[in-house]
Design a protein around this ligand. Sequence first.
Ligand SMILES: [Fe+2]
Ligand SMILES: [Fe+2]
Length: 318
Amino acid sequence: MTRREFISGTLLGAGACLLGGTSLASALAPSAAPPDSVSFVHFTDTHLNPARDYSHCRMIKDSLALLEDAVSSVNTMKNIDFVIFTGDMIDSPTEKLVETFARAANRLQVPWFWSIGNHDVGPGGMKVPKMVEALNKHNPHFTAPAPRYSFTVNGFLFVSMCGAIDNAVTAAARFPEDEFQFLDERLRADASRPAILFQHFPIVYPFKSATHVVLNQQEYFGLIDSRPNVKAVFSGHYHAARLSERNGVAHVSTPALIQYPNEIRKTTVTRAAQGVKFDFEMIPTRLRNIRESSRAACSSSALLEGKPSDRTASMSVK
Ligand SMILES: [Fe+2]
Ligand SMILES: [Fe+2]
């Protein structure tokens, strides 16, 4: 059985388990002799809403074309285990856009997972529970029990966190106590597995912002500082490429698909003698005219693109 068949098969089983309320982590049990690596592709900030016009360098009108191109690009890659979308999947919080988004994502030949961003929920549109319900309805391969959930692949633990505030229009985030409890319990229960967190909102900020903040950032740092199996946090929200390390944890910020540099990040994580090694590769959209138009309209293209060391690079953490 190939790695792809392994995760696909377990996901089909996971759906049945989740109907009974079983956690996804237990449904996606590791194989007897797990391989020592996992490969996935990180999409973020697709801001789908093709009925909207361009907004500065955000190529909203082309959002569906950009998503469809990236999906078909992933389908040409070998040995990808899954895709993760870390939020702002849609530009406005309507179920209709979730349906359009999922129709494109469902063309992936691997399972796809998600974390919720500030554009996915909000006043006048879907709140967090409704967004989870819509995603579950339109993603036939994965049913999430809650806005935060976990799964395991090849001996690695993955946890998707939420933190979105849905009763105000805000770029700030706050992770509720029950999410921290869930994360802490999952990390304790699987203390021997390397753990990778997915969430829209970074806790190590790619650059300074007064608005794009995690209101309980210090509490979050306290939690992951106490759990040495946490190896990385992948996020979006800033639309910028950055790689940094804090206390043995890689903080991976991937730029938006909707605006320059219009990229997704292929990641392979491998167990090392001590800790894990990450190999990152940035994959730009193949729609070069759209990318060039976005770059030309973007006054902060260098800030968003990051340095070469933020992009296609390797990184080890213990
Ligand atoms: Fe965004
Ligand atoms: Fe965002």
